[in-house]
Structure formats: structure tokens, C-alpha cells
Design a protein around this ligand. Structure first.
Ligand code: MN
Length: 551
């Protein structure tokens, strides 16, 4: 399909007639529920209501603005390096690029790196327009002289696009157009688009969207499916009826939940030994917890390959890593095929984009969920820097707390937002949301500098020896987890240990709570805690940060 990118984010087009017939099949797929137009809008055009236009601010190899008009069922498009303006004294270069499908009209999010136009996109302006001086704007574009009266949030008044001469002076050859604003009532001298950097849909800047995108545009999919949600919004939990049905299943059977049919097995199996005199935790309890925590945990898993730590024999027996999505997995399971997999490496990963997929993994024996630090769309770019306070044999819980509090103090002083969680075993981890553009080398180096400075304060607690046998039982501040193929356990994941403890996010001031324990929250208590306190980890989903220099 048509995509733009390149230096101006645009592949210059050669066809002289805009759109006629080229994207005709897309005309049937217009989804007006996704546009900001009032409900009930009729098909746009001369007979059916307003035509729409959009300006997307697109950071690809260079920042530019994509100006797109709905004409003949497609978005006829120009890439404008310096952006449109209301200033009538200014003429802008506009490069005519390929038509885009209507589905792109309200796209805001990221285009995966390495794909054409890779970068981030905001809907900088959107609205309606009418052609001026013709009732056949497609013909006006073909003739190289196009006038439009636009009604946007930022742009208004009459825009004029005029094709310039080509290399031989032939205007039909050229992709280079001039964009200007007529000196009408809407003109504003000195008006600069860069003074208005926010999306008219979300209020966010390109930087903010890049750091925490809602959607990505997948040019390998049909236009109607190309805008892919990276985080399911408002994820519903299981219904009471679904939970009752789970309780009513015998040892196994078909469970209808989340709109999927799941085949559950061995539901009465004791997966986790009991703890503190409590009964063992069954697989049914694990499935129930997984279904009910899914709305909270999915934002941390969605869009990311998932390494499953499987314990088919239960937590009392050894587990193993299972990364390859098995062939018997249902077709609806979201997955990611790693294009860079070498022979013998995992080719297809589960991606827990929906609750039912995580339930499927739990039924498959995945007691622990370890999602990648980067998204599948950009595996070389971590979205978090990870601090792993990994206790040694001689490290007491008080020692772990000392190290965690020192990290808290350091991050506070640096002005870096981060969230902490107990691991569900003996340690504490701190996750820091980082800005786009950082590499694993960047996050690893920064974390190493920070942790080494902290370790120097309490050298009696920390070892930097690689081999655990050389550490003398001391703790390790494991900055080496910041590598593309390594994962830490996801927040809210169960751990394979007695009592089914959970890696539980905590508030920073809980480090001073004498009752805090690293494995104190279990799948039997976690849901009440979330109901009471909300998601203590959500700062990790917020805007990514540049990591400040530490020297
Ligand atoms: Mn572009």
C-alpha cells in the first residue's frame, strides 16, 4: 500500500491523476466511527457530505508535515518539510507523495523502525474542506493547480497548491509543488506551525506519542487492519458468569471467556505447594487469577514477545523456558515472528495482546510471565531501564531494603521517575521508563554507573563478581539485564514458589513499611491489593525519559 518515508517522509508519486481507481477497494472500508466527525456522517464528497483533510506531523528521517485531502476515495498527499502556515507571505515546498488509504486519516502512533516512513506520527490537524473553483478536485490536482477551503482546528481559510516545473520545465514531470495560504480573512502573518506542536486528537506531542504510543501502523497488513493497538484500551475482566463457569468446570473442559473458547486441563492439579498452613494452590486458582489480573497486567505485556517460564509439573518441580509458540496453539493467539531469528532460535513468540492469550499461557503451564524490555515492533529499543537488586545467600531482607532505598534517593535527586516492585522471591527491581532512541547499551551503561555509585556507598553489601561463587554471598546490582534477549519477570506475574507469590509493584514509601516482604503478596491477595491501591506500577507506562548524565 501507499506509504511515505524517505527524506521528506514521502515517496514522490508519478501518476498524474490522483487516486482514481487505485484504492477503490478501500472505499468500502471507510470507518466513520474512527473519525472525529459526528456520528451518522454520510460518505464524503460532492453529494454526500463534507470531505475530510488531515495534517500529520511525522518524524521520520526528517520532521515534516503530511497534508492529505480526501479525494475520490483516497487521501491525496503532500509532504511539507516546513509545514503549512496561515502566513500569506510564505510559500512552502510541498512534495506530492503517494495516495494513502482513508484508514490512515486519523492514524496517530508509531511506524516501526526499518519500515518505510518509520518514526512517529501525530494528527496535528484534522477537519473538513471544499474544493474551490472546481467540483472535480481530482482533475485539479492532475492539472497541477488545486485550491481548497479548509476548516480545521489550526488551519482555516484557503490553501493553494501549485505544481512547479520539472527538470525540463515540464510541469507534468514534477513532484515539487508550492503550498501557500491566500491573503483572506483567516490569514495570520508570522504564523508558525511549530508553535502549535500538539495533536488535536490527544493533546500530545510527537515526543510523547513516541514514548508511549497507543497504536502502530503495519504496512504489511490490509489498510483496514493496519492500525494496530499496542495497548488494549479499557480491557474488560472476566464476567461473573465466566468466573462461575470456571468454578463449575470439572477437571477440565471448554471455558468461554473474553469471547474466546479456551480448552482448560487439569484444573484441580496442585500447582503451588501451600504456605503458612494454607492449602496448596490449584491450577484453577491460577487460571482465575490470570483472568482477573489480565486487565491490569496486559499493558505491560501487549506488543512484546513473551518468554514463558513453564512448570508443567508444578512449582515444586524444575521449570524451563519455553519461548516458541507451539504449533498446537489456537490460531487466534496473537504472535510475533522474529524476522531476525537464526537457525535454532525461537521463530514465533506469543504476544499477550488479549486476556485470553495470557489465560492460554497459564493453562499451558506458564507460571511466570517474562515480557521483553523492547516491543516487537522495535526489538533493539528498550522502553525501560532495569535495576535488579539481586540478593546473595548472605544478603538479608534489610540489606535489600538498604540498597532499594539508596536507589530511591538517587533517582529522586536525579529527577528520574521510576517504579519499584518486589520480585515475589527475595529481591526488588526498579523499572525506569526511557525515551525512544536509547539503545540497550545506553540503558546498560547508565544503570551500571548508577548502581556502581550506590554500591560504593555500601561495599560491604555488594559484589561485582560475575560468577555467583565468587560473590561471597553478597548482593549483585545486575545492570547486565539491560540486554535485548534478557527479561525480568513482569509485574503481577506469579512466581513458581510455595504459596504462589506475585511480583508485586509497591509504592516507594512501602520501602519504609516494616511489614513489607519480598514474597508477601500472592495470587490469593493481589487482587484485593490492586482493588485497594490501584496499579502502583503505572508510572512505568508514562512518558519515557532521557537518562541524565551521572558524571
Ligand atoms: Mn510522512
Amino acid at each position: 500500500m501507499a506509504r511515505d518515508g524517505g527524506d521528506l517522509g514521502g515517496r514522490p508519486r508519478r501518476e498524474s491523476r490522483a487516486g482514481r481507481g487505485r484504492l477503490g477497494t478501500y472505499q468500502d472500508k471507510r470507518d466513520f466511527t474512527r473519525t472525529p466527525e459526528p456520528a451518522g456522517a454520510t460518505p464524503p464528497g460532492p453529494d454526500g457530505g463534507p470531505r475530510r483533510f488531515v495534517v500529520q506531523r511525522h518524524r521520520a528521517r526528517r520532521v515534516h508535515y503530511d497534508l492529505r485531502f480526501e479525494i475520490d476515495g483516497v487521501l491525496v498527499s503532500w509532504a511539507v518539510p516546513n509545514g503549512p502556515t496561515l502566513d500569506p507571505a510564505v510559500k512552502r515546498l510541498a512534495v506530492h507523495v503517494e495516495d494513502h488509504p482513508i484508514e490512515y486519516l486519523d492514524f496517530e502512533g508509531v511506524i516501526p523502525r526499518g519500515q518505510y516512513g518509520g518514526g512517529d506520527v501525530i494528527v496535528w490537524d484534522i477537519g473538513t474542506w471544499e474544493p474551490h473553483g472546481t467540483d472535480d478536485p481530482g482533475a485539479a490536482v492532475a492539472a497541477g493547480d488545486f485550491h481548497a477551503d479548509v476548516h480545521g482546528s489550526k488551519l482555516r481559510g484557503r490553501l493553494v497548491l501549485v505544481r512547479r516545473g520539472g527538470s525540463r520545465g515540464d510541469r507534468r514531470e514534477s513532484d515539487q509543488w508550492l503550498l501557500l495560504h491566500k491573503a483572506d480573512d483567516d490569514a495570520v502573518s508570522g504564523w508558525n506551525p511549530e508553535d502549535y506542536p500538539e495533536s488535536v486528537l490527544s493533546g500530545r506531542t510527537n515526543e510523547q506519542v513516541r514514548a508511549d504510543p497507543d497504536r502502530e501502523w503495519r504496512s504489511d497488513l490490509p489498510p483496514a487492519q493496519a492500525s494496530v493497538a499496542l495497548r488494549p484500551p479499557h480491557i474488560p475482566g472476566p464476567t461473573d458468569a465466566e468466573l462461575t463457569a470456571l468454578d463449575g468446570l470439572g477437571a477440565g473442559g471448554r471455558w468461554e471467556a473474553f469471547g474466546r473458547e479456551l480448552r482448560l486441563t487439569n484444573l484441580d492439579k496442585e500447582l503451588f505447594p501451600g504456605r503458612d498452613g494454607e492449602p496448596p494452590v490449584t491450577k484453577r486458582e491460577l487460571i482465575s487469577y490470570t483472568a482477573r489480573i489480565a486487565p491490569v497486567v496486559l499493558p505491560y505485556l501487549a506488543g512484546r514477545p513473551l518468554n514463558m517460564h513453564r512448570f508443567p509439573g508444578g512449582a515444586a518441580k524444575p521449570g524451563f523456558w519455553h519461548k516458541q509458540l507451539p504449533d498446537h496453539a489456537p490460531q487466534w493467539i496473537p504472535r510475533w515472528r522474529n524476522p531476525d531469528a537464526k537457525p535454532g532460535e525461537t521463530t514465533t513468540y506469543l504476544v499477550a495482546d488479549e486476556a485470553a492469550a495470557l489465560v492460554w499461557a497459564a493453562n499451558f503451564g506458564a507460571l511466570e510471565w517474562h515480557a521483553w524490555t523492547a516491543r516487537a515492533s522495535d526489538p533493539a529499543s528498550p522502553t525501560y531501564a532495569l535495576i535488579d537488586i539481586d540478593p546473595g545467600e548472605a544478603t538479608s531482607w534489610d540489606d535489600v531494603l538498604v540498597l532499594a532505598r539508596l536507589h530511591r534517593t538517587a533517582l529522586e535527586h536525579l529527577g528520574v521517575r521510576a517504579a519499584a516492585k518486589v520480585t515475589g522471591r527475595r529481591g526488588i527491581q526498579v523499572w525506569i521508563p526511557v525515551a525512544a532512541g536509547l539503545t540497550f547499551r545506553d540503558t546498560r551503561t547508565w544503570t551500571e554507573q548508577l548502581s556502581k555509585a550506590i554500591g560504593a556507598i555500601v561495599p560491604e553489601l555488594v559484589s561485582w563478581k560475575w560468577d555467583v561463587r565468587d560473590r561471597g554471598g553478597l548482593a549483585r546490582l545486575d545492570y547486565t539485564q539491560n540486554v535485548h534477549h534478557k527479561t525480568l519477570v513482569a509485574p503481577y506475574s506469579p512466581r513458581a514458589a510455595a504459596g504462589a507469590p506475585v511480583s508485586a509493584p509497591i509504592a516507594w514509601d512501602e520501602l519504609d513499611d516494616p511489614s513489607l516482604r519480598p514474597d508477601g503478596f500472592t495470587i490469593r491477595t493481589m487482587l484485593d491489593r490492586v482493588a485497594e491501591r490501584g496499579d502502583e506500577f503505572r508510572t512505568v507506562l508514562g512518558e519515557g525519559q532521557q537518562l541524565p548524565p551521572l558524571h
